[in-house]
Design a protein around this ligand. Sequence first.
Ligand SMILES: C[S@@+](CC[C@H](N)C(=O)[O-])C[C@H]1O[C@@H](n2cnc3c(N)ncnc32)[C@H](O)[C@@H]1O
Length: 248
Amino acid sequence: MQAFRLLRVFNSEAARGYAGSKVRVGRNSLRFFERDSLVDGLARELANERALPIKELTEAFEFFAVARKYLRRTPVVVDLCSGHGLAGILFAVFERRTTEVVLCDQRKPEHFAEVWRAAVRVAPWIEDKVRFVEGKLAKTRDQLPPGAAVLGVHACGVLTDACIDVAVELGGPFAVMPCCRAHARNPAPQGLREALGEDVAYDVERTYRAEQAGYRVRWREIPAVITPMNRVLIAVLRAATPAAGSPS
Ligand SMILES: C[S@@+](CC[C@H](N)C(=O)[O-])C[C@H]1O[C@@H](n2cnc3c(N)ncnc32)[C@H](O)[C@@H]1O
């Protein structure tokens, strides 16, 4: 069973079931976030704002917890199909080396305002670091900073592949948590789809594709109690190795 890395209170049997709840965070959630820490402080403010369902909060925090180690050396982070944008915002809040976060979605959701207010209250240093770009990914991808790290948290179906394509174009690392894989468009070979199942085969194919583009890909997970679509593909460009025979 995958442990919670940031919101460790949910590792207890008594609290665990609550982590995947679709109920909005609010006063009832405050008992889970009582520590004197930035993590709990932010969760409390999100609860005070009734900003989003508890599942969205735990998902973003635990996604950040698995991805941060691999992406934090890249100063610019773009969160594609960001919705409320909490995953990207967490990089601005917790990672000193993150200088800019770009949240991109076809539309800014209503509850972005609550998430943003809560985050700025506990981490005022993020105010000038984060911007929201509204528009379809196909139209906005040209405006994204080269070299940026790309996040794609439950960008539905083939949008996950679009997130990976953008990362390859920008030449930065990426972390994606695929969902709603479109099986009819699954590019994996039939044999793999039959043997491994559609979802795993799809992610295997994505892994090969990224490796061929020069990445080293790792598979990680957030706790399945939050969501069964919990696999995170994290890809970092392999360090350029000198070609054989080149002068040292
Ligand atoms: C399942 S939500 C995930 C949102 C967020 N990343 C999260 O973890 O909660 C998918 C998001 O993709 C956005 N989206 C869908 N099609 C898009 C497109 N073509 N370009 C940009 N955003 C798109 C939707 O507006 C929605 O916010």
